[in-house]
Design a protein around this ligand. Structure first.
Ligand code: F6P
Length: 333
């Protein structure tokens, strides 16, 4: 270890060249994480190779250089300059072996991946055949990984959802309409619960809680069209926005009802201040931890610190904590 102008530089002879990629659904803050990685690598004299299109690019040997100046300019942009993909081929052992060969031919000493649930499943399978140390950064709007209180992009997605729900509430108020707003999140109700509570809606349906539908039906049976009524339905909810609309209509056929699906607009846009900081901090921490010899772990923001969680503990059944569940019940009842 040596000191330079007050900075601690950890010397590690083994790691001189790191491959980095983004994978799965893009999320705002991925570029900020890439900036953190490239900046920390340049301070430590490490070469970075970008791998385009996630696991697909690993299999195809699709490498690019990332220049510090270029990625510094992209911190304020959503999406990912490395592009991303969901890879069926990486689920096969042949695909993973081909990827490993390409990484070795490129001379990579370590890997950093930024992605969500599917990415960590891929990394776990890859670790079985690969001796290249790898760390992951949780990047997904769904906020569904154990070992991270907040995943990269979730905060921005929630802000985007709230901004749009607020707008829908304006028109709902003007017409005294019922609006069902479907938000993303796959099997996780986190976007629904945060955006629904933040926008002070009337009901929120999430996959993790079944009781909320009967509470909604109770409320709707007393509704006489005297005001606006907004329901947030998470896309993974078992009943689903279309069926919820039909049930409401069957109870109260005279209601004026519309459905809005927010969809992929929740994935784009300039990252929030929180996601920019989280991305940069996580990128720098990933380089530091690799240099300390860590491998096969996720660098997650947990209890206001960046902590490591082994890959096999990252992908677990997602649960809503008790305090949030209490808030949900308060809104729904
Ligand atoms: O995982 C992020 C996410 O946006 C989910 O919320 C959503 O279910 C899914 O990706 C959509 O995937 P795609 O962009 O492949 O349609």
């Amino acid at each position: 270890m040596r000191r330079s102008k007050g900075r601690i530089i950890i010397m590690n002879k083994l790691i001189k060249h790191i491959g980095v990629f983004t994978s799965g659904g893009d999320s705002p803050g991925m570029n900020a994480a890439l900036f953190g990685i490239v900046k920390a690598a340049s301070i430590n004299g490490i070469k970075i190779s970008g791998i385009r299109r996630g696991f697909e690019g690993m299999i195809d040997g699709d490498f690019v250089e990332i220049h510090l100046g270029t990625i510094q300019e992209k911190v304020s942009q959503g999406g990912t300059i490395l592009k991303t993909a969901r890879s069926k081929r990486f689920r096969t052992i042949e695909g993973r072996k081909k990827a490993l060969k390409n990484l070795k031919d490129r001379g990579l000493d370590a890997l950093i991946a930024i992605g969500g649930d599917g990415t960590f499943q891929g990394l776990l399978a890859f670790a079985e055949i690969s001796d290249i140390p790898c760390l992951g950064i949780p990047g997904t709007i769904d906020n569904d990984l154990s070992g991270a209180d907040y995943t990269l992009g979730f905060d921005t997605a929630v802000n985007t959802a709230i901004e749009n729900i607020d707008k829908i509430k304006d028109t709902a108020e003007s017409h005294n309409r019922i609006f069902i707003v479907e938000v993303m999140g796959r099997d996780s109700g986190y976007i629904a619960i945060h955006s629904g509570i933040g926008a002070a809606v009337d009901a929120i349906l999430i996959p993790e809680c079944q009781a909320d539908f009967s509470a909604l039906i109770q409320k709707i049976s007393q509704y006489e069209g005297e005001d606006a009524f907004t329901v947030i339905v998470s896309e993974g909810d078992e009943i689903g926005s279309g069926q919820v609309a039909s049930e409401i209509k069957s109870i109260n056929p005279s209601v004026d009802l519309r459905i809005t699906i927010l969809g992929h607009l929740q994935r784009g846009g300039s990252p929030s201040a929180f996601d920019r900081m989280l991305g940069i901090r996580s990128g720098v921490a990933a380089i530091d931890e690799l240099l300390k010899g860590e491998k096969n772990k996720m660098v997650g923001y947990f209890n206001n610190q960046l902590l490591l969680t082994p890959f096999d503990q990252v992908v677990k059944q997602h649960v809503i904590n008790q305090e949030l569940e209490k808030l949900l019940n308060m809104i729904n009842n």
